[in-house]
Design a protein around this ligand. Structure first.
Ligand SMILES: Cc1cc2nc3c(=O)[nH]c(=O)nc-3n(C[C@H](O)[C@H](O)[C@H](O)COP(=O)(O)OP(=O)(O)OC[C@H]3O[C@@H](n4cnc5c(N)ncnc54)[C@H](O)[C@@H]3O)c2cc1C
Length: 343
């Protein structure tokens, strides 16, 4: 097995760094659970722009760990079990019909030939552009910004603070550090000219966020920033490539389980690919089986995530969402709709 990754591990990545516990059994079973260096998260708090707050227990919960550490840990585990890792960018992936195989063009290291190609390249990549995937040409209105901070925040709590046009999460990761990460609007950044100005004028209007930004110790000189975050519908199989994680569809970050979905989709892929090689050798059957399992597990979750996303960002809707969160059975139900079961 060959894994092509364009960046050199370890590196920081914009992410709330909350991993839903639905993956813990799977990680433990496969000896890829980080036994130390993370925090346990079992409470959720939500605040409105005007500063109203609701707190609910998280039934399944999750753990907080930086992507810097978690991804590097997984990278080393992959190396240990013999995955050949090539540090290079994939330029294009073509399926050659008469040879029934893929040709993968790498930027620096030539070509790879393979029977199976898994697209696990995240939410948006040059590979999507080369394949003319429809979402690629549509601009996304969102930006993502991440900091690591030191701040006196409950160690077991993941909090989501609303602001106009977005929301900002805070939760503990490792070594007494907190992740502070928000999804905001590109138009707000354009209007206010810089990230600090946008934070002062937009985020600080929520008193909880103002307090964090005024009192926290920021551990980096600059935040990690990304744009082009699209939650549009994608297909789990395109050009015979088996899409996995965000490349198959991205759940809105407020659901806090994009990583769990990426891990879960890789789990169903392993089963289908193993059946392809060891049982039927039928590409159509492989694709049909993966597509159907993917849709069953994730399609509804993604669309509920998109609907809940619309409850954030405006003053009255953010008040309403805090009100809804105070109704415990309703908040429990909403959380359960966006989360999967342990696997
Ligand atoms: C603001 C924000 C907050 C979030 N918070 C959370 C959270 O708290 N919890 C959670 O579970 N999820 C969260 N998510 C979602 C989560 O980050 C993703 O769902 C998850 O990382 C998807 O994993 P993936 O493997 O599909 O893609 P990625 O983690 O993006 O990995 C894709 C990899 O492919 C590489 N790559 C891309 N193109 C190429 C190429 N052409 N050649 C070679 N390599 C390539 C990239 O360098 C990258 O390392 C958040 C997302 C955002 C935007």
């Amino acid at each position: 097995m060959v894994l092509v990754e364009k960046k050199q591990y370890p590196f920081h990545r914009v992410c709330g760094e909350y991993v839903s516990n639905e993956v813990v059994d799977f990680l433990k079973r496969n000896n890829i659970y980080p036994n130390s260096g993370h925090s346990e998260l079992n409470e959720f708090a939500l605040t409105s722009i005007a500063g109203k707050k609701a707190t609910v227990p998280l039934e399944l919960g999750g753990f907080g760990i930086s992507r810097y550490n978690f991804d590097f840990f997984l990278f080393k585990k992959a190396q240990e079990v013999g995955v050949h890792i090539v540090t290079d960018a994939v330029d294009s992936i073509s399926y050659i019909d008469d040879q029934d195989e893929f040709v993968i063009d790498l930027r620096k290291s030539g070509q790879l030939h393979s029977k199976i190609a898994i697209g696990a390249y995240g939410k948006r990549s040059n590979i999507d552009r080369n394949m003319n995937r429809p979402f690629f040409s549509r601009l996304s209105p969102y930006i993502g910004v991440k900091y690591h901070i030191k701040y006196d925040h409950p160690i077991n709590q993941v909090a989501l603070h609303n602001f106009e046009g977005g929301y900002c999460g805070i939760n503990a990761i490792e070594e007494g550090k907190m992740n502070l990460c928000y999804l905001g609007e590109r138009s707000a950044l354009k209007k206010h000219g810089s990230i600090p100005e946008m934070e002062r004028n937009v985020l600080h209007r929520n008193p909880y966020l103002k307090k964090i930004f005024m009192e926290a110790e920021f551990l980096w000189e600059k935040p990690e920033v990304i744009n082009e975050i699209s939650f549009e519908t994608k297909k789990p199989v395109e050009g015979h490539i088996l899409m996995c994680g965000d490349a198959a569809g991205m759940i809105t970050p407020l659901c806090g389980n994009g990583m769990a979905m990426a891990i879960h989709s890789s789990n169903i892929l392993v089963e289908d690919i193993s059946n392809y090689f060891h049982k039927h050798n039928d590409r159509m059957q492989l694709e049909k089986s993966y597509r159907s399992k993917w849709n069953k597990l994730f399609k509804t979750r993604l669309s509920i995530g998109r609907t809940i996303q619309n409850l954030f960002g405006s003053v009255w809707l953010s008040e309403l969402s805090v009100g809804m969160c105070k109704i415990k059975p309703l908040s429990r139900y909403l959380v359960s709709l966006t989360h999967g079961k342990p696997f």
